[in-house]
Ligand binder design. Sequence first.
Ligand code: SAM
Ligand code: SF4
Ligand code: SF4
Length: 335
Amino acid sequence: MTLLDLRARPLRDLRISITDRCNFRCTYCMPREHFGKDHAFLPREALLSYEEIVTVVKALLPLGLEKVRLTGGEPLLRSDIAVLVKMLRTCGPNLDLAMTTNGALLKANAAMLAKAGLNRVTVSLDALDPSIFAQMADTTAFTPDDILEGMDAALGVGLGVKVNTVVRKAVNEDEVLALANACTERRIPLRFIEFMDVGNTNAWTLDEVVSGRQIRETVETVYGPLQPEEGQNQHDVARRYRTSTGQLFGFINSVTQPFCGDCSRARLSADGSMYTCLFSSQGHDLKAMLRMGATNLNLQEAIRTIWGGRDDQYSVERQHASSDRDKVEMSFIGG
Ligand code: SAM
Ligand code: SF4
Ligand code: SF4
């Protein structure tokens, strides 16, 4: 029987943060002043092992799980990541297996990931201009070309590829059309994400949000009117539009057009807690259960209780939410 939460939403999608570490320091996610040299990342033993991750996924499959997304932090920093992908593929041949990555290490890993059974990657890329890229990602170790090469390598081995771009007012607004062009040339969907108030470190203000609607208008100046895609899946986070030539653009308008009503996503943090909302303050510790020898049935029961009591709809309530609410960081909970 499908597991439903208090708002009748099923659990279809699990996002797993497999590491809280990252080789970028995006200003909107892991600002260096909070994630600097002194930041205490999780020790190895605090991370869920691949076997533990697979145990959680196996418990969720009979409850209606359809899709797993590996994320982080930067998932490609975890060693032998293809081993995990292969293990997940074995436990669910029809499972939709995706990864969100900053793309810096994708060129070296794409073939292995595809061979292990990954279906798709979403590559985050905020600018093609090297200095704006360096400013957004706060790194000089990689360039936009490295990320484009990663994307091309993924396409070359048959992985599905989408691009995610977070737009920050007066920082990378002028990159929208260049990114649209790069994705159109490659015939891959580009999704623009509104800058969100995730966590407590990114100094978010509403003034810095460029709405999906504004971005769509910018895209339309070059591509002409965008037509809404028919038959969109109600659980998808992006509103999808096509140009007259078929290029796909998505708009993840989490701030201006919240989509909590259809949210079927659970999250597993790097240290093994389940979160029922990106903006949760607290998770449910599954790692302790796993390490005390919980059976598949024990886990299922726990997850039934957690999801059955879920009432979250933070984005809908954002305007009324207290600004000092304690929220977990995105790199920890998984974007
Ligand atoms: N490191 C990988 C990456 O960047 O793709 C995976 C983890 S990252 C947390 C997942 C996604 O969250 C990325 O597409 C990133 O742009 C997005 N993200 C992080 N912080 C955000 C914020 N404050 N607002 C909107 N999107 C954000
Ligand atoms: Fe790292 Fe991804 Fe966060 Fe950027 S958005 S700091 S790449 S985890
Ligand atoms: Fe889902 Fe929470 Fe985001 Fe709403 S705010 S869409 S409930 S993760």
